[in-house]
Design a binder for this molecule. Structure first.
Ligand code: 13P
Length: 335
């Protein structure tokens, strides 16, 4: 058993309380390789933003759970080296799908876990979530749960259809499970194809898809039921069109990829939404940078020469999200 406290990590409790009060959201960035982690830590150290490092089940399988744990521990030390005196870094399991997986992460030094039992019937979601909460809270590890279903594909989590969170269920769910935060469904979706062209309109000038707005009325109704309770938005990549264009111009094929407009996320960040999950955008930045190098310098074979630019572009992306979308920059002193 390793406690996250020994690793210099923090759970989400303080972070969320301050974020709700301050009207901003904590970035939750997924990582599964060194370049992503370097870019995240550098961006957060420079903007003075607290951060949640997310590891999905797929990332654990890809990168090895032991290595990822030590990488997160290394991130704390790297952050200090960058002048971040007391790093506020949380290591979070994204989309845990079983008690055993959540327990293993708690035992292994994670400071926060998500149990995603949202695809189960309501009572089963409550029972499994409560079981995880009861275990995790013994070690002061915070737990995110989910009500409602997001569409889209994210590693091993996928659903063809979505249904919004029912505001009338949230009080009962939060009270009976004891969860620390609640991921809700209000129209966000995993992956780079969040909406079908049929769900969107088309901008006549650019020909690009314009997605339907998020259901802010559902968010308002949830916040009315659970005042001050930490709300989480998954599936919040914006799918920057400049990255999609670079990818497509350099041999890629991402037709009609579309995400959540940043102004809607900016608005959500000012509410009780205090954690916003972003994964696909960094994948797009990485791919755009690599494809560009390969197209411009076909003789290049040193991975540092294409992973380096990918790391730089991801760092730029993370800084932009922190500063211009979530508003978590400069929030370290308050935590
Ligand atoms: P995106 O696919 O929109 O980046 O969402 C990531 C996510 O929600 C991880 O849980």
């Amino acid at each position: 058993m390793v406690s996250y406290k020994e690793l210099g990590l923090v759970n989400t409790r303080e972070m969320f309380a301050k974020a709700i009060k301050g009207g901003y959201a904590i970035p939750a960035f997924n990582f599964n390789n060194m370049e992503q982690l370097q870019a995240i830590v550098k961006a957060c150290a420079e903007t003075k933003s607290p951060v949640i490092l997310q590891v999905s089940k797929g990332a654990r399988n890809y990168a090895n759970q032991t290595l990822l744990r030590y990488m997160a521990q290394g991130a704390v030390e790297y952050a200090k080296e960058l002048g971040w005196e007391k790093p506020q870094i949380c290591l979070h399991l994204d989309h845990g799908d079983s008690f055993e997986l959540c327990k293993s992460c708690v035992d292994f030094g994670f400071s926060s876990v998500m149990i995603d039992a949202s695809s189960l019937p309501y009572e089963e979601n409550i029972a499994l979530t409560k079981k995880v909460v009861d275990y995790a809270h013994q070690y002061d590890v915070t737990v995110e749960a989910e009500l409602g279903v997001l569409a889209g594909v994210e590693d091993e989590v996928s659903s063809a259809v979505s249904h919004y969170t029912k505001p009338e269920e949230v009080v009962d769910f939060a009270t009976r499970t004891g969860c620390d935060s609640l991921a809700i469904s209000i129209g966000t979706s995993h992956g780079a194809y969040k909406f079908t062209p049929e769900q969107c309109t088309r901008d006549p000038k650019t020909g690009k898809l314009v997605p339907p707005p998020l259901a802010f009325d559902v968010l308002d109704a949830i916040m009315e039921q659970l005042p001050g309770f930490p709300i989480v938005l998954h599936g919040s990549s914006s799918v920057p069109q400049e990255y999609v264009d670079i990818i497509n111009a350099n041999g890629g094929k991402l037709p009609d990829a579309v995400g959540i407009p940043e102004e809607q996320l900016r608005l959500a960040s000012k509410s009780a939404v205090c954690k916003i999950n972003i994964d696909s955008d960094s994948r797009l930045a990485f791919t755009a940078a690599v494809r560009k190098v390969f197209a411009e310098k076909p003789g290049e074979f040193d991975p540092r020469k294409y992973c380096g630019p990918a790391r730089d572009l991801m760092e730029e992306l993370y800084k932009h999200k922190i500063t211009d979308v979530l508003g978590s920059d400069g929030k370290l002193a308050q935590c």
